[in-house]
Design a protein around this ligand. Structure first.
Ligand SMILES: Cc1ncc(COP(=O)(O)O)c(C=O)c1O
Length: 412
């Protein structure tokens, strides 16, 4: 996909807009740059398309870690079945958003005793990441006189290729190795916890439908094999997700239909005969919100150094680390970026473009937001906009680094 493809959903009547509000006006409303702006209509559309592809028998979860802005989580909470959280802080955001504890799952290694206690008290589903955590969850339950709701997060014996981040297969800090699950089940059978089911999350940011289809097949097979090892009825099967979004020139959008059709078939043919009433969940973060967000910066300075032109903006990697290439990229590539002028189409705007490097305000060469990009000519005061900024942006960035203020966030 090229930059125009990324910009297109934000263009209304030739102007770059978020939620129908033209970007320069929105910048005035926010009152300061840089800021993140999320388009609630785009989020809703993506959720609706995903639900349509998954069909009515598969529940959709939102991984709050992708974007925990409370207003956004509240917006999403109303149209998904589950919220997946990764800390007690995120759990509170999910509960504040009005999600019932029965539909909140809490995954992630290193849950502290205090977090386990809070989760048990709240009544959310704990995704156990180790035998030790299972014991500590049980202890939290007995201290509170409550029966913890738990599921086992399983580290599978297969890996999913093509994921931006692999989180399953081989040795992992995530989940219980599948070969250790029978031992853990034995232990749980004499422990006062309510085991609801199993969860496999094998990787994130995958754009290859054929790989996801194969991973889902293996995941379902593994979950079904584990489910028969537990004498009581299994009511929760979480198949993970990992649906990716295109960031770079050669990336193509995921074939959602192919992935959805495969999931529907697997659930109907493989899962339902054995587990007619289990809640089958697919859990997505980035796919639901990543493309609905912009990171809006303002040009502070331009300079030429030995023939190279730098556009210096007031934002940077401290807010949008991923765009600088320092959040899981092996080879740095540019996130799509544009100017606020692009679609504004106003008289003052020239069509002249230039090759520049867009750099942030931090005193490190890592703070590179666009390397040698073709961009409309900008002057100090103009807006430069990074796309694909709706997931793993503000809260996945080193905001304290160099002491600049936090960006505003707005949901439009
Ligand atoms: C357990 C779990 N669920 C969901 C996600 C969300 O992944 P993504 O945003 O790629 O959909 C992650 C990402 O790390 C995860 O670890």
């Amino acid at each position: 996909m090229n930059v125009d493809d990324h910009v297109a959903p934000f263009v209304h009547e030739g102007r770059l807009c978020v939620g129908g509000i033209e970007l320069h006006r929105l910048a005035e409303q926010v009152g300061s740059t840089p800021f993140f702006a999320y388009d609630r209509g785009l989020v809703s559309r993506r959720i609706a398309a995903t639900r349509a592809a998954l069909g009515s028998d598969i529940e959709l979860g939102f991984a709050v870690k992708a974007n925990p802005m409370p207003a956004l989580v509240q917006h999403v909470a109303g149209s998904v079945d589950w919220l997946d959280v990764a800390s007690a802080g995120e759990m509170q955001v999910a509960l504040d958003a009005g999600k019932e504890p029965a539909a909140v799952s809490f995954a992630g290694p290193g849950k502290t005793d205090a977090e386990l206690r809070r989760a048990v008290a709240a009544g959310v589903l704990l995704e156990l990441e180790s035998a030790g955590e299972a014991r500590r969850a049980a202890a939290a339950g007995s201290a509170l006189g409550l029966r913890p709701r738990v599921a086992i997060r399983v580290n599978p014996d297969f890996t999913v290729k093509g994921s931006g981040m692999r989180m399953g297969g081989g040795p992992q800090q995530f989940g219980v190795d599948v070969e250790q699950v029978p031992g853990l089940l034995d232990e749980l059978s004499s422990t006062d916890v309510a085991l609801e089911g199993f969860h496999v999350f094998a990787g994130s940011q995958n754009l290859h439908a054929e790989i996801l289809v194969e991973a889902q097949r293996q995941t379902v097979q593994l979950l079904l094999e584990l489910a028969v090892k537990w004498p009581e009825e299994i009511t929760y099967l979480n198949l993970g997700g990992g649906f990716g979004i295109p960031y770079f020139d050669r990336d193509q959008p995921l074939d959602l239909r192919a992935v959805g059709e495969n999931l529907q078939r697997l659930v109907a043919e493989e899962v339902r005969p054995a587990h007619p009433a289990a809640r089958v969940v697919v859990e997505l973060g980035r796919y639901l919100v990543g493309e609905a967000g912009l990171y809006v910066t303002r040009v502070v300075d331009r300079k030429t150094s030995r023939g190279k032109t730098y556009v210096v903006v007031d934002g940077g990697m401290h807010h949008q680390l991923a765009a600088s290439g320092n959040f899981g990229q092996v080879i740095r590539r540019n996130y799509p970026l544009t100017t606020g002028r692009v679609a504004a189409g106003t008289e003052s705007i020239g069509t002249e473009t230039e090759r520049v490097s867009v750099v942030g305000a931090l005193c490190t060469p890592l703070d590179l937001l666009g390397d040698d990009v073709e961009l409309q000519r900008t002057e100090p005061g103009d807006l430069v906009v990074l796309l694909q900024a709706g997931a793993y942006g503000f809260t996945a960035s080193p905001t304290r680094f160099l002491g600049h203020p936090d960006p505003a966030e707005i949901l439009v």
